[in-house]
Design a protein around this ligand. Structure first.
Ligand SMILES: Cc1ncc(COP(=O)(O)O)c(C=O)c1O
Length: 396
């Protein structure tokens, strides 16, 4: 058996099941733990799927269809104000959701060694768990870089020691971030890309929440990179219909970036990656072309976030994007247990998305003081659950 993955703890939801397993819920249970968007599937998506159902009879190309590539490139160019910088034939590939893309991008990109040692892949801490799994499978050493209130809830990669930076072969960055909802601004992106140039690493920008925001649309990595350098060197940016369209069951995303990186991924995926089925590509192309359903979804998330603010008051910091509340409670595990026991409400201890920086000391996990609350249920359910959260917080 491979020992590569021994460093991975059980997943956050397995840990949550263990934490609450022996405790009876104090009231009718409501879960705000899982970020499952549960959106309605628009009729035009169903129609596109139906019209292309015959393509289940053929193997799909790893590059998708010309129609999908055009729809993906048009959306990226439009959403991120890129002019025509994204060429459908050079800069995009379809994914079965961003998760597999984030997982499978490192093996074809990472060198065997970097800066005199095993390559390092840096990632924010806390983070979406696939970043660590992808790094370990690719033979790299994951480096967990704290994203705390003091660092604007984004990792300060520029603050890493020189000896570490020279071994970094890739970094993951999430904006808007899960779990904190922080957005990287132009200065942050510029600093990151300058660091990537100086230390020769690739930036994997997970932007699957890019279309869920509460003020200005988040600046994308592609925009920042293009404005900074006139090109997309060292950048791969990941997008998804799971959040944008509320259709995680469709399993459909985009990876976009520099033509050389995309060519490398294409060659690797052609022998070892999963193709996206024809009817899914057709449904996805239709979804990328439509903004009305996205605006409706965004407006609903804004109402949910306003409701959370109304109930939790200044105990809560409003995120810039995404659909999570990252609530500071002192000890996330204790709070989650108490909330379940007293109120029957399930939330995720922040530590389960992070890593301890001092082994054996859960307090050294930057997620330790927090719980993550997903605002994906309907407004009535969210109100009922958050009123119970407020009671346990003592703010009701
Ligand atoms: C930060 C982040 N990245 C990626 C994903 C994966 O999304 P997809 O459904 O596109 O695979 C998720 C899903 O929860 C996520 O929260």
């Amino acid at each position: 058996m491979s020992s590569r993955l021994d460093a991975l703890p059980p997943g956050p939801f397995a840990r949550l099941a263990d934490l609450l397993g022996g405790t009876a819920p104090g009231k009718e249970p409501i879960s705000l733990a899982l970020g499952d968007p549960s959106g309605a599937v628009p009729d035009f998506v169903k129609a596109a799927m139906d019209q292309n159902i015959a393509s289940f009879g053929n193997y799909p190309a790893i590059t998708g269809t010309a129609d999908w590539r055009q729809a993906a490139a048009d959306w990226l160019n439009r959403r991120f104000a890129l002019g025509e910088a994204i060429d459908p034939e050079k800069h995009v590939l379809p994914l079965n959701g961003t998760r597999e893309g984030l997982f499978l991008s490192l093996p074809p990109l990472l060198p065997e060694e970097k800066g005199g040692g095993r390559p390092i892949v840096a990632m924010p801490n806390p983070f979406y768990q696939v970043y660590a799994a992808g790094s370990l499978v690719a033979g790299a050493e994951p480096l967990y870089v704290a994203a705390t209130e003091a660092s604007g809830f984004l990792p300060d990669y520029a603050g890493l020691p020189e000896a570490t930076l020279k071994r970094i072969a890739a970094v993951y960055i999430c904006s808007p971030s899960n779990p904190e909802g922080a957005v990287a601004n132009d200065a942050y992106w510029r600093r990151l890309f300058a660091l990537a140039e100086a230390h020769d690493f690739v930036v994997l920008a997970d932007e699957c929440y890019a279309d869920i925001y509460f003020g200005e649309p988040p600046l994308g990595a592609l925009t920042a990179r293009l404005n900074q350098s006139g090109g997309l060197a060292r950048l791969l940016s990941f997008h998804s219909l799971s959040k944008r369209s509320g259709m995680p069951g469709l399993r459909s995303g985009i990876v976009a970036g520099h033509a050389d990186l995309i060519a490398r991924l294409r060659a690797f995926r052609n022998v070892g990656g999963p193709q996206v089925p024809g009817p899914i590509l057709a449904a996805s192309a239709a979804a990328w072309r439509d903004e009305a359903h996205v605006e409706a979804g965004r407006a609903l998330y804004a109402r949910k976030m306003a409701l959370a603010q109304e109930i939790l008051g200044n105990r809560m910091t409003r995120p810039q994007g995404g659909f999570f509340v990252w609530l500071k409670v002192g000890n996330g595990e204790d709070f989650a247990r108490r909330l379940w026991r007293e109120q029957g409400v399930r939330v995720l201890p922040g530590a389960y998305m992070g890593r301890e920086t001092e082994p054996g000391t859960i307090q050294s996990n930057p997620g330790f003081p927090y719980v993550r609350i997903a605002l994906v249920s309907d407004l009535v359910t969210i109100r009922a659950a958050l009123e119970r959260v407020a009671e346990t917080l003592g703010t009701a």
